[in-house]
Design a protein around this ligand. Structure first.
Ligand code: PLP
Length: 225
């Protein structure tokens, strides 16, 4: 079932790339395995999936440890408290949810020597949703410059989680704001290559607007409890 679902999601991504005249290789699929067990991740790996996203740090670390025999790439996409930065720095390859310099500094300090730099996206509250994680678009440049100066992190881009939009055009419009922000940061010399946006419900709109990484959970693993 996971293999079939993955195939369907890959087809959706291909279609979206085709209809927005973007090459298929420009969009990476991140399989969001939060709340699902190690066996589900193994099934997805058997169907060719390498990159996995997790929200809850301790749950993720247990899975990463259990699956250490597989060559997987792990992305932290959930909120990070200060007391969890060490686990993130030690176990993950990517973090999409950096929205404070203090967290970034701790991740850099705690990245084990000999590991590749932690690949980082800054989370931006692109649609100004209330009570939502992420810096405001106005604050993104300063945080990006600060993160960029840290030795054991590699700043790759931005991550957004907009509120559900009314229709396709509205979703595209919100995602386009993120694309414009990345372009503006790159105009300041930041060299970002990643725009992490789009989930099960809105991946087509995100790809249309320039997403380079879609984070898809329920369309692959099924409904969460
Ligand atoms: C859960 C989650 C996803 C996946 O959501 P689906 O709607 O199941 O595809 C993507 N990104 C983040 C940050 C999430 O928390």
């Amino acid at each position: 079932m996971i293999a079939d679902n993955l195939q369907r999601v890959r087809a959706r991504i291909s279609e979206a790339c085709l209809s927005s005249a973007r090459p298929q290789w420009a969009v990476t699929l991140l399989a969001v395995s939060k709340t699902f067990g190690a066996d589900a991740v193994r099934d997805a790996y058997a169907a060719g999936q390498i990159a996995f996203g997790e929200n809850y740090i301790q749950e993720a670390v247990d899975k990463i440890t259990t699956l250490a025999d597989l060559p997987l790439q792990w992305h932290c996409i959930g909120p990070i408290q200060s007391n969890k930065t060490r686990l993130v720095a030690e176990h993950f390859d990517w973090v999409h949810s950096v929205d404070r310099i203090k967290i970034a500094q701790r991740l850099s300090e705690q990245r084990p020597p000999g590991k590749a730099p932690l690949q980082v996206c800054i989370q931006v509250n692109i649609d100004g949703g209330p009570n939502k994680a992420g810096v405001t678009p106005d604050a993104a440049l300063e945080l990006a410059q600060q993160v960029n100066a840290l030795p054991h992190l590699k700043l790759r881009g931005l991550m957004t989680i907009p509120e559900p939009a009314a229709d396709f055009a509205a979703a595209c419009a919100v995602h386009a704001l993120a694309r414009q922000l990345v372009d503006a940061l790159n105009a300041q010399g930041l060299g970002l290559d990643t725009l992490s946006m789009g989930m099960t419900a809105d991946l087509e709109a995100a790809i249309q607007s320039g997403s380079t990484m879609v984070r898809v959970g329920s369309a692959i693993f099924g409904k969460r409890e």
